[in-house]
Write a protein that binds this ligand. Structure first.
Ligand code: BTN
Length: 321
């Protein structure tokens, strides 16, 4: 399912964001649409779960503040030459970029909700309307696919740096291979899908899911948190997306030039597992040992009880229970 983004919805919710009751006719005049078009838009937003109500004879009121993604603001805020597409709803922003390769260069895709958001290892990614960030970018690398082993680590570092830049990055850690976490649980995850080119280069579709304003859901089967739960405040996702994209594209350019070695000190400073007992499930076998950071390929190093250090290129890692 793919739904085009309606910029008038951004404007409508902007007008309603003062929490006052607004007359439907006046809203229509302000937006350059009819009163019945305002009514239809409000119905649709209500159906998507927006806390918007009609007050008989008076108009519409927004009970909980909500700021939608603003495609123009995001496009203008990103310093690299990228094309940004924002959708009201997609199956998955990664799937959209994988299926629609209409141009070369960097492309960014965002959606207000995903109906089939995907996580690592075939897990679903819970993606309610307007609450979180569902961000994917297609990034061309002048590298062989085998040189991208540490890419998910770089992306996690970019997420933390971007959140620090907007004042929301305190006490965050990076968890091998693709999570950003704090003590309360997981804040964001990354799903990377690679495609080799015939010229020996490759491109990556990098998908980032970040819990921003989500406050409650019964659908997640692991400890999670959101920026709102951490700060108690509603966050404007537009500023976070812009900070994230700018940090990410700076870091990816550096990764392209210098490889993972340029990021290892940043990783070591934020490594959640370092020095802790960790279990890795790899190829149906479980290994437990003391985490010793990552090597120059981004592989997790476990010091095993019988002696020796084993490196894991992939696997499902968790703290030893
Ligand atoms: C994980 O931690 O398992 C990875 C989660 C990745 C979720 C993001 S949301 C945007 C992009 N689209 C998807 O379908 N998945 C990624």
């Amino acid at each position: 399912m793919m739904k085009k983004y309606n910029a008038k919805s951004v404007a409508l919710l902007g007008l309603l964001s003062d929490g006052k009751t607004h007359d439907g006719n006046v809203l229509g005049e302000q937006l350059g649409i009819t009163r019945s078009a305002v009514w239809k838009m409000c119905q649709k937003l209500q159906g998507l779960g927006v806390d918007l109500h009609s007050v008989k004879g008076k108009g519409y009121v927004l009970n909980t503040p909500i700021i939608l993604l603003d495609p123009e603001r995001i496009q203008a805020g990103i310093q690299s030459p990228v094309r940004v597409s924002v959708f009201e709803s997609l199956d998955s922003t990664n799937d959209y970029l994988l299926a629609n390769r209409t141009r070369t260069g960097i492309e960014v895709c965002l959606a207000e909700m995903q109906t089939a958001g995907r996580g690592r290892l075939g897990r679903p990614w819970v993606s309610p309307f307007s609450e979180n960030i569902y961000f994917s970018c297609r990034y061309p690398f002048q590298k062989d696919i085998s040189e991208l082993a540490g890419l998910s680590l770089v992306v996690s570092l970019s997420i933390v740096a971007a959140l620090k830049g907007v004042g929301a990055g305190d006490a965050l850690s990076v968890k091998w291979p693709n999570d950003v976490v704090c003590e309360a649980g997981k804040l964001s995850g990354t799903l990377i899908e690679l495609r080799a080119e015939s010229n020996g280069h490759c491109e990556a579709v990098i998908g980032i899911g970040m819990n921003v304003n989500m406050d409650a859901t019964g659908a997640i089967d692991q400890a999670w948190t959101s920026l709102r739960q951490r700060s108690g405040c509603y966050h404007d996702r537009n500023s976070i997306v812009i900070a994230l994209a700018n940090q990410l594209f700076d870091d990816l350019a550096q990764f392209q030039r210098e490889g993972l070695s340029a990021f290892l000190s940043r990783w070591n400073a934020l490594d959640f597992y370092r020095g802790k007992p960790v279990t890795v499930l790899h190829a149906n076998t479980s290994f437990t040992g003391l985490a010793q950071g990552v090597n120059e390929h981004g592989h997790l190093l476990l010091e095993l009880p019988g002696g020796g250090v084993k490196a894991f290129a992939s696997g499902d890692a968790s703290l030893k229970k």
